[in-house]
Design a protein around this ligand. Structure first.
Ligand code: BES
Ligand code: ZN
Ligand code: MN
Length: 476
């Protein structure tokens, strides 16, 4: 039932930029490593402080907030720590953050991202949410940079909203979030954004069109698959973002072990990131065309499940020999990629997926994997991520494993042995033709067990901001 989850999207801390502080509002003094207090620090004893990023201390009328050496990561950490500190019973409604004279647009972006997202919370409960600061005024000197800083703050807030929506969608439990819920919830939100339109295709349409991968994976569930298509813009380069939308992954007939299976409610994190990125691109009115495709399916176990040994025909006609029904992500992505290549003429196609446990082993939980034959596209993704606080590392499409993707009884083999993240990418590469392409495997960073920087435990929303920033790069 929809009523058992918080309404999406969650309300974030608001920010405004101004040149004057307010009366009777708590002030926040920034302290850099040293400790070196910034404006407003006269008369505050900082001798016991270090100025380490995120160090938050309440003094009589003011707060001090450590901002370290002022790196982007320091400011994200500081923004998030401040909002966490201004939470609970005696949380003020608002506070003035007294910025240092050297505070620039990059610092602003990082601080606002941290402040907006650090207070993120997802809990299904009948109780009222704990109190938290509602807004922050960021007070700059009267230096003439106010406009630049204001637009940096607004942009960061849009990026944070995208991350937050991606988290909400991924955190929503799978008893609520079936393929139809995911596609129609996204479509409902999209309808309210200027310039964005949504189409939801049902299983009948998918059958007529030959989406054999989506139908095979979704066939074991009582809750049928969907294809969500989001469209933005009419001119400029055309980017197509494709996100894995598996609303729950039991593994299917090749069933997963019980331990940790519950985490597979976030197996649509790639799809959630694509949905959220499209919202943000439209809200920023970027001069570009972007299409978002999210094949939505539940990978379940039943008498109608697909089987190892099956041969599945994808959109466009290519066939795959199924080896393991738990490698379902690539089955649904292959259909969507073939559809995009045939119908959308992308200038760049990017797919995003919680695709392989192997990538969690390779890069851990805080770095996403980029696979692409193009050094330029790889650099664009890494750079886009660095600008918005998401780390990416380029992985190789190893030539010596390409042959293993071909099958004796079909065109392709679904999961050849070898390095799992790489062979999955090589399988997907069969479906991109000669379209410029990047595959982003976010199995690691899509979830966190810990609170750190602007991240809280649960779904992280990872990759939504990178996609928006990438669209921004292609708009220039
Ligand atoms: N959704 C999983 C990958 C995953 C695992 C994401 C852990 C996040 C955390 C994916 O569908 C999967 O099951 N992949 C298999 C592929 C294998 C059967 C070739 C895997 O990685 O084990
Ligand atoms: Zn999966
Ligand atoms: Mn799986």
């Amino acid at each position: 039932m929809g009523s058992t989850v918080p309404s999406v999207p969650t309300k974030l801390v608001d920010v405004e930029v101004a040149t004057t502080a307010r009366r009777n509002v708590p002030a926040v003094v920034l302290v850099s490593t040293g400790p070196m207090p910034g404006p407003g620090g006269d008369g505050i004893d900082v001798s016991d402080l270090t100025g380490k990023a995120g160090e938050t201390v309440r003094h009589d009328e003011a707060w001090t907030l450590g901002v370290g050496t002022g790196t982007q990561s320091d400011y994200r950490t500081a923004g998030a720590a401040l909002v966490r500190a201004l939470s609970g019973e005696d949380a003020p409604k608002t506070a003035d953050v007294l910025l240092t004279p050297d505070f620039d647009a990059e610092g602003m972006r990082a601080f606002v991202l941290g402040a907006a997202l650090g207070g993120y919370r997802f809990k299904v409960t009948g109780e009222e949410a704990p109190k938290r600061v509602g807004s922050l005024r960021l007070v700059t000197g009267d230096t003439g940079f106010e406009e630049v800083l204001t637009s940096a703050a607004l942009k960061a807030h849009v990026l944070a909203t995208a991350t937050s929506l991606a988290r909400d969608l991924a955190n929503t439990p799978s008893n609520v979030k079936d393929p139809n819920w995911l596609a129609t919830t996204a479509a409902k939100i999209a309808e309210k954004v200027d310039g964005l339109s949504a189409t939801v295709r049902d299983e009948k349409w998918l059958r007529q069109q030959g989406f054999g991968g989506v139908l095979a994976v979704g066939g074991g569930s009582a809750r049928p698959p969907r294809l969500l298509e989001l469209t933005y813009g009419t001119t400029g380069p055309h980017l197509v973002f494709i996100g894995k939308g598996i609303t729950f992954d039991t593994g299917g007939i090749s069933v997963k072990p019980a331990d940790g299976m519950h985490l597979m409610r976030t197996d649509m994190a790639g799809g959630g990131a694509v949905i959220s990125a499209l919202m943000a691109v439209a809200r920023r009115q970027l001069p570009i065309r972007v299409t978002g495709l999210v094949p939505c399916a539940e990978n379940h176990v039943s008498g109608s499940s697909y089987r190892p040994g099956d041969v599945v025909r994808h959109y466009g006609g290519a066939t795959t020999e199924v080896q393991n029904t738990d490698a379902e992500g690539r089955m649904v992505l292959a259909d969507a990629m073939a559809y995009a290549v045939r119908n959308l003429k992308p200038d760049l196609l990017v797919d995003v997926a919680t695709l392989t446990g192997a990538m969690k082993v390779s890069l851990g939980l805080r770095t996403g994997a980029v696979f692409t034959p193009s050094a330029e596209i790889a650099a664009a993704v890494v750079e886009a991520g660095a600008g918005v606080g998401e780390k990416w590392w380029r992985m190789p499409l190893l030539e010596e494993h390409v042959e293993a993707v071909t099958s004796e009884i079909a065109d392709y083999r679904q999961c050849p042995s070898g390095p799992g993240g790489i062979t999955a990418a090589l399988f997907l590469q069969k479906f991109v033709g000669d379209v410029p392409w990047a595959h982003l495997d976010i199995a690691g960073p899509a979830r966190s067990e810990k609170v750190y920087d602007e991240v809280v435990a649960g779904a992280t929303g990872f990759s939504a901001r990178t996609l928006v920033e990438l669209a921004e790069k292609y708009s220039r």
